[in-house]
Design a protein around this ligand. Structure first.
Ligand code: NDP
Length: 253
């Protein structure tokens, strides 16, 4: 029996990357997983198929985050999918993973780019969590994906890092707020993680990025997904409000 049998989970942005790996692992532990996506319908279906091939249960949910009404749209699809499969709308595990990167020189960040980063990476997790609390029972789990860049300077990512700094505040304040209900809220901070994007096909770039980790390699999506999955289990019941460094030792300096 898996550690998450009879649990339900929502992983935002699980059509690919860290989110996909997390959805697959949560399902492997027995959770019914809502695979959320914005534009990657086919990729989300691939995540669902991967889970089903392994004998797990999942369904896809579409909603573009960072838009007015985003949390409402997300929960319409989520609740429909949960109700069809379980007869109720209980959500045990929320993983706020969806995010967009920056990569813009500090002098060149426009107000529009800044607002977009904030809307997707910080505002959406706040309102998704606020909405999710109608469905999350006592003992539930909330895991927000931050970034090692909140503690590792990279000027090209100042605006992005600001959004992740904001996300980390969710764990501090909500952990206190939800402690009486035994709901844990934590931040997981990945370092450079191979999400399949083009830069990971360039050996010299990968060598340089690998050098930032104490283990001299870039992270695999599963490295981060395993940490998130642990936080979702009962074994992690005594951890809340924490910043979990999942950078492979990048923050050691
Ligand atoms: P990817 O770029 O591989 O995937 C991003 C996911 O988020 C996709 O499923 C995408 O959905 C979804 N998404 C993006 N924008 C939106 C939006 N506006 N509305 C809804 N969904 C959206 O991401 P990673 O796996 O690399 O990153 C996952 C998380 O980890 C992010 O929060 C990122 O900031 C963080 N992180 C990643 C690091 C890395 O090196 N990879 C390092 C540190 C932190 P779709 O494709 O369907 O549109």
């Amino acid at each position: 029996m898996g550690r998450l049998t009879d649990k339900t989970a929502l992983v935002t942005g699980s059509s690919r990357g860290i989110g996909r790996a997390t959805a697959v692992r949560l399902a492997r532990e027995g959770a019914l997983v809502a695979v959320h996506y914005a534009t990657g319908a086919e990729q989300a279906e691939e995540t669902v198929e991967t889970i089903e091939k392994e004998g797990g249960r999942a369904f896809a949910v579409q909603a573009e985050l960072g838009m007015p009404g985003d949390a409402h749209q997300l929960f319409l699809g989520l609740e429909r999918g949960l109700k069809e499969r379980t007869g109720e709308t209980r959500l045990d595990i929320l993983v706020n993973n969806a995010g967009v990167m920056g990569g813009i020189a500090p002098e060149e960040v426009t107000p529009e780019q800044f607002d977009r980063l904030m809307a997707v990476n910080a505002r959406a997790p706040f309102f998704v969590l606020q909405r999710a609390l109608k469905n999350i029972p006592d003992g539930g789990r909330v895991i927000n994906v931050s970034s090692g860049l909140t503690r590792f300077a990279n000027p090209q990512e100042v605006a992005y890092a600001m959004t992740k700094g904001a996300v980390e505040q969710l764990a501090l304040h909500y952990a206190k707020h939800l402690g009486p209900r035994r709901i844990t809220v934590n931040s997981v901070a990945p370092g450079i993680t191979d999400n399949g994007s083009a830069v990971f096909d360039i050996p010299e770039a990968v060598r340089q990025m690998a050098g930032l980790s104490a283990f001299n390699r870039v992270g695999e999506t599963g490295d981060v997904a395993d940490v998130i999955t642990f936080l979702a289990t009962d074994e992690a019941r005594w951890i809340t409000g924490a910043f979990i460094d999942a950078t492979g030792g990048t923050l050691l300096g």
